[in-house]
Design a protein. Structure first.
Ligand SMILES: [Zn+2]
Ligand SMILES: [Zn+2]
Length: 349
């Protein structure tokens, strides 16, 4: 079936509206009319081939919220009219250890990405959420709680679950002292989710101007990371840190803020490696450094249910599809609070 989408035709050209063909509905498939799609930094990197893996034409978008319009014969959990979400994955091998453990994001064969992946049925590219519709296997579709404002739900599907997964996996609980490094799309969700879990959140930022916002979002303390005195005052005060900054940076000052047995989790991937951290504090205080990649389908559903109970959505700026290049340009300057979301119904195709 042919639909309209915002298509990157090569790395240098702006996205433009073009027709693409979705795969015919399989028995396990759900066809979704897309209402909103968040604009993740990966979309920008992929549209412009900055990771040198893009295949064109390419339709970005993996923070999808929409309404079910059609279901295949074997779909039991969804029906037309349901409000649903799709995140970064649309398939995986389903058989390896990690798929069996419901950790599809670590599938040994590699999960099928929502866009620029290889569609199992067609052998063609998978097409992302900057589009009117998407067809996805039901296993990779999640339910969106009714009460939430849907545009703000979209960024939960990538940014939200990316910080939710390590918070849950490593057992962060009420009363824990949690640091969040960087107040962007990911960081602002980490502040909201960790504080809703009952943790006491410290936000590390390079820009003092973000302090007020961090407190509004739920942080108890703001530390300007360029201020040595402020960093010194935060020494050995935290149990856990989610580091959301992907630019290469020195991890040592953050490790210094962890208590014995503390853990620093990195969720951003730097283009150049971070400088190697000093091992001495790791040994002396039994510190851990971990990474974490997005989150499973089960975790995504749990996070959405949690957000429904706690009335949490992302802080967003809504745009029409034709404003995408302006949005990309502003993202490069860090000028967005805190995620752009495309309103498909406001988009002229
Ligand atoms: Zn993303
Ligand atoms: Zn697998």
């Amino acid at each position: 079936m042919k639909i309209n989408a915002l298509v990157a035709h090569d790395a240098a050209k702006p996205l433009s509206s073009s027709a693409i063909t979705l795969r015919p509905l399989q028995q396990q498939d759900v066809k979704i009319e897309i209402l909103y799609c968040g604009v993740c930094h990966s979309d920008l990197h992929m549209a412009r081939n900055e990771w040198a893996v893009s295949r064109y034409p390419l339709v970005p978008g993996h923070e999808i919220v929409g309404r079910v319009v059609e279901t295949g014969a074997d779909v039991m959990n969804f029906k037309p009219g349901d409000v649903v979400g799709v995140g970064v994955m649309v398939d995986s091998c389903r058989q390896c250890h990690f798929c069996q453990q419901k950790e599809e994001q670590y599938c040994e064969s590699g999960f099928v990405a929502t866009y620029n992946g290889i569609d199992k049925y067609t052998g063609d590219s998978t097409w992302g959420g900057y589009a009117q519709n998407v067809v996805v296997d039901q296993h990779f579709v999640v339910s969106v709680p009714q009460a939430l404002p849907l545009a703000g739900v979209a960024p939960l599907l990538c940014a939200g679950v990316t910080v939710w997964s390590p918070l849950r996996h490593f057992g962060v609980k009420a009363g824990d002292k949690v640091g969040v490094v960087g107040l962007g799309g990911l960081g602002h969700m980490a502040v909201k989710l960790a504080s809703a879990m009952g943790a006491e959140v410290t936000l590390f930022t390079t820009s003092p101007a973000k302090g007020e916002d961090a407190l509004r979002l739920g942080a108890k303390r703001v530390v300007v990371s360029r201020d040595a005195q402020q960093m010194a005052s935060a020494q050995t005060s935290l149990d856990f840190i989610v580091d959301c900054v992907s630019a290469p940076h020195d991890l040592d000052p953050y490790l210094a803020t962890l208590k014995t047995n503390g853990r620093l989790v990195l969720v951003g991937i730097p283009e150049q490696p971070h400088q190697s951290p000093n091992v001495t504090p790791l040994v002396n205080r039994r510190l851990s450094i971990s990474g974490s990649s997005i989150g499973s389908i089960q975790e995504t559903q749990e996070m959405l249910d949690f957000c429904g109970e706690h009335n949490i959505t992302a802080d967003i700026e809504l745009i029409a599809g034709e404003e995408i290049e302006t949005a990309f340009a502003r993202m490069l300057k860090g000028d967005v609070k805190y995620r752009f979301v495309i309103d498909m119904q406001a988009t002229h195709w």
